[in-house]
Design a protein around this ligand. Sequence first.
Ligand SMILES: [Zn+2]
Ligand SMILES: [Zn+2]
Length: 295
Amino acid sequence: MSEFVAGAHVSSSGGIFTAIENGEKIEAEAIQIFASSPQTWRQTNHKPDAIAKFRDLHTRSAITDVWIHNIYLANLATEDPEHLNKSIDSVQFALRIAEMIDAKGVVLHTGSHKGRGMEAVIDQVSDALVTIIENSPGKAILALEDMAGQGGQIGKDFGELGALLNRVQSERLQVCLDTCHAFAAGYDISSSDGINVAMTEFDRVIGLEYLAVVHANDSKVECGGLRDRHENLGEGHIGSDGFEAITAHSAFQGKTFLLEVPGFKDAEGKANGPDLENIRRLRALRSGLPISADA
Ligand SMILES: [Zn+2]
Ligand SMILES: [Zn+2]
């Protein structure tokens, strides 16, 4: 038996409050949403009544934690000052919305040094993180996500995130561990030995107490493949055994798992992202059963 919250990324198109119903439809116990369309800089104007409706529906639902994923365009390691300012502003916006909807925090892809190396950008990135936190009063966490490592992405190695946390020294700056990204980056978490090695390293360079939230995704790409291709739980290279080992590991007890998987095809042959079947698989794992079991 293990203990974690089985959640998922859900759509909030048509109003931020729709996310609660979308989460309930797939029996998600926690949700992650975008506060704005992830591929544009334009910030959604969430009206006070939409925020109030979100809070009301959330209170009356079984959903516990809410997380916001920052837009994908942000890059705190960019060489372009205008891009940097827009990136900082996007994170501050997401943290403001997080406070309004009582979300736990914001998950951020820190950025890419585009091959220049971490040393070339660490001052700029840590200064930007300090600015963001100073400009964002409240208690929402900013969780830097580990990345698959494509194109000089910061967070391929846990040590890069640890170095940033060390510089910034804020209790509010923590880490989101994406299982697919860690695997693609070369941490072989498909076995209990592998997950032990990876989490010992995480503890050494970051600290397990800074693990804020988990993105639970299987990987279409082999270990070390450096590409970010999510797969449904148990259907990828991490596989059922891998997820049994991950969910049983002590580092993940009490954490929130958020699915960002493609989903299984419905009767019309359409996959719609995180679905009830993936949630059901998480619940099977939580009961100490194989992914295929009915839990
Ligand atoms: Zn992400
Ligand atoms: Zn990913």
